[in-house]
Design a protein around this ligand. Structure first.
Ligand SMILES: *Cc1c(COP(=O)(O)O)cnc(C)c1O
Length: 382
């Protein structure tokens, strides 16, 4: 059911009023994996049969996400990669997948291996380049186009409306991984995407304590959606009831957190952009960012919580900076209340061509003066 309320209201009351039995304003946790039938062998609660198909918490969290996303239906998975692999796993032998270049490495790595085994033609394109995108979709007529915007860790912006127009002409499905934006800042379905994907492990849950992935569609009777539904049901990559319950709790503060993170990220990007030890800052909120104008039109209320910056002088100064951070953790992942930095080259650079002086930062909800103070102290050691 689509609630017409604004996102802050939907989130703040997420799941509330659900428990008619106890009167609780938060939903109860029902972890049962199986559900009873009466003496006539009818399910006592017709929507619940076995926990791999569905459960109350998952359904409720999906409803909230559908609502925030302005979609028709959502499916939650046990991780972001479970959502992506289930979706892309619906492609058939011989079909073509167009994948954005330079996105989340886990996606690229899995998709390459899968396409090779399944004999799916994989075309990798810099989709932030509108001409390149249009030419590739026009000539390849792919079954599916998968973009990530803003992209991780390059922070490239893809014009979703333009991509959707190209896809419509070519008969392709457009999927947008909007993890770095969240439904609070960007709604890809309204811009013409067919399916929006999130690693809910990141800002949607927001507390670095749940792994989850989500897909939302604008058309719940489309063949792709029915195939995805069937695949989750059959292959079983559903979110656990506990994780869904925590996710609902996390989503109650989603708009509030995202606004603070996004505003902090903007201040941090501006601070780093003016610093003499920094060669470049990649953040779509900066006016000199190549994706700024497009980002401004598709993310009018903020540019997200993720940014990357390049230390002057190469790998050593970058690692020296990381070594001297106090408070801001050195850790992978993003979207938590706490800020994290990651030297991606150490983790994946030899595989992906990530510059060895690049530091990715997920900006949290801390006091921005404290954050900048910690960055300043570490930069003074470089
Ligand atoms: C983390 C991430 C994923 C994968 O999600 P998991 O929940 O870690 O499986 C996919 N896309 C992006 C952009 C991510 O940051």
């Amino acid at each position: 059911m689509i609630d017409p309320k604004k996102p802050d209201t939907v989130a703040a009351r997420a799941g509330g009023g659900f428990d008619a039995g106890s009167g609780g304003v938060v939903p109860p946790l029902q972890p049962s994996t199986t559900f009873v039938r009466d003496a006539d062998y009818n399910l006592v609660a017709p929507e619940n049969s076995y926990g791999r198909d569905n459960n109350d918490q998952v359904r409720l969290a999906e409803e909230i996400l559908t609502n925030l996303e302005g979609g028709e239906d959502s499916l939650l998975f046990s991780s972001g990669m479970a959502a992506i692999s289930t979706l892309i796993g619906t492609l058939d032998r011989g079909e073509t997948l167009l994948l954005q270049k330079g996105i989340y490495w886990g996606t690229t790595h899995w998709v390459r291996g899968f396409c090779e085994k399944r004999e799916i033609r994989l075309v990798e394109v810099d989709t932030s380049n509108s001409d390149e995108l249009a030419a590739a979709i026009g000539s390849e007529k792919p079954r599916m186009v998968f973009v990530e915007t803003p992209s991780n860790p390059w922070l490239r912006t893809t014009n979703i409306r333009h991509a959707a127009d190209c896809c419509k002409k070519a008969g392709s499905l457009l999927v947008v991984d909007a993890t770095a934006a969240t439904p609070v800042l960007m709604q890809p379905l309204a811009l013409g995407a067919d399916i929006v994907m999130h690693s809910a492990t990141k800002a949607i849950n927001g507390h670095s304590d749940v792994l989850a992935g989500c897909l939302t569609t604008g058309n719940k009777t489309s063949p792709i959606w029915l195939a995805v539904q069937e695949a989750r049901h059959g292959a079983g990559a559903i979110l656990s009831a506990y994780a869904a319950w925590l996710l609902i709790r996390g989503m109650r503060t989603l708009p509030l957190r995202v606004r603070q993170m996004s505003s902090n990220a903007m201040s941090v990007a501006q601070y780093l952009g003016d610093h003499e030890a920094i060669e470049a800052v990649w953040y779509p909120g900066l006016e000199n960012d190549p994706g700024h104008d497009v980002a401004k039109s598709q993310m009018p209320n903020g540019f997200g919580y993720l940014l990357s910056f390049l230390a002057k002088g190469g790998k050593e100064p970058a690692l020296t900076f990381c070594r001297h951070l106090t408070g801001i953790h050195r850790a992978t992942s993003l979207g938590g209340t706490e800020s994290l930095v990651e030297h991606r080259h150490t983790v994946e650079g030899h595989l992906t061509g990530c510059p060895d002086n690049l530091i990715r930062m997920s900006v949290g909800i801390e006091d921005v003066d404290d954050l900048i103070g910690e960055l300043e102290a570490a930069l003074s050691k470089v």
